[in-house]
Design a protein around this ligand. Structure first.
Ligand code: A2P
Length: 288
């Protein structure tokens, strides 16, 4: 898939000098770029004061693979504000779900956190990414290891039937600062049992392991430490990493991704890509 270029894109959410203006004046919005469509918000759910999920309409022409990301955003008076977001809903769904952090003074997320059903959200026409089943060679266990909003692409993969046809066991881990920040992954995994397409397979083959680093939780600590000490595996009652049987997807902050990459390379795993499938793949959780 071709690389997307957006001249108005900044790579990460940087604090803005001025907070978005609130005005009673009718606003003239910047024209819509050709490579995006204007969609409508269908649903918004806030989990904490810095995390929320929302659903938007999906154009019939919009195609993606589970685990991919797309540019989404809002129109402002001067220019469209777009950022990369992993798609959290599965490819068969008629609507698109996203899971977002609210970055303090972030130009996009400080506006996006106020969206309501009926509001406009911009969606790029093309999705892309490396957290896709095609980038992994066949094996029996799939580990999906995330921190923070890095769980989002796994919410898509967990609801995708192909995940279950390719792997016998799916182990998803989610680590956040506090227990309240784990609710989205808990809700998604709990709802799998009632999913008409993957419910039966998910009930038998999905295991979720959650930990917190700054508050009370059933399991405490960074997932990197819990993996290296072997505690994550003994808590779940499963064998430790083995490149002969396991494939791994990683999504979180840059330092977390780097630490996980070091752990996996040290354990004999080879990094894969769309062009060259192998044992593990990595993607940064974009906005945050
Ligand atoms: P910690 O609280 O010890 O920093 P954030 O909300 O900042 O994105 O962090 C999400 C989770 O990722 C937190 O639990 C955080 O732990 C953890 N984390 C941050 N950096 C790393 C890293 N290098 N390795 C493992 N976990 C990390």
């Amino acid at each position: 898939m071709s690389t997307l270029t957006f001249p108005f894109l900044r790579a990460t959410e940087q604090p803005e000098a001025l907070a978005p203006k609130q005005s009673a004046e009718p606003r003239t919005l910047a024209p819509l770029p050709e490579n995006v469509t204007a969609e409508r918000v269908l649903e918004v759910e806030h989990y904490t004061n810095r995390l929320f999920r929302f659903r938007i309409t999906r154009p019939a022409s919009f195609r993606f693979r589970a685990g991919e990301f797309v540019m989404i955003g809002l129109r402002t008076e001067t220019r469209p504000l777009l950022r990369a977001y992993s798609i959290a809903s599965p490819p068969w769904d008629d609507t698109l779900e996203f899971y977002s952090i609210i970055a303090p003074n972030g130009p996009l997320t400080s506006r996006l956190c106020r969206i309501k059903p009926g509001d406009e959200v911009l969606l790029a026409r093309k999705a892309t990414g490396t957290l896709v089943l095609d980038a992994l060679t066949p094996a029996s266990r799939l580990f999906l290891i995330s921190t923070g909003t890095g769980f989002a692409p796994f919410a898509s993969l967990l609801r995708e039937p192909e995940t279950y046809s390719k792997f016998k066991q799916i182990i998803v881990t989610h680590t956040c600062r506090e227990a309240a920040e784990l609710r989205y992954s808990e809700d998604v995994v709990n709802a799998l049992a009632d999913d008409p397409l993957v419910g039966e397979a998910a009930s038998l083959h999905v295991m979720r392991y959650a930990s917190c680093t700054r508050g009370p939780c059933r399991h405490s600590g960074r997932i990197t430490n819990l993996i290296q000490s072997g505690k994550a595996f003994s808590d779940m009652g499963i064998p430790a990493f083995n490149p002969a049987t396991d494939r791994v997807m990683i999504c979180g902050s840059l330092p977390f991704n780097r630490d996980m990459q070091t752990i996996l390379l040290g354990a004999g795993f080879r990094e894969g890509s769309n062009a060259s499938p192998a044992d593990f793949v990595i993607e940064k959780a974009f906005v945050g």
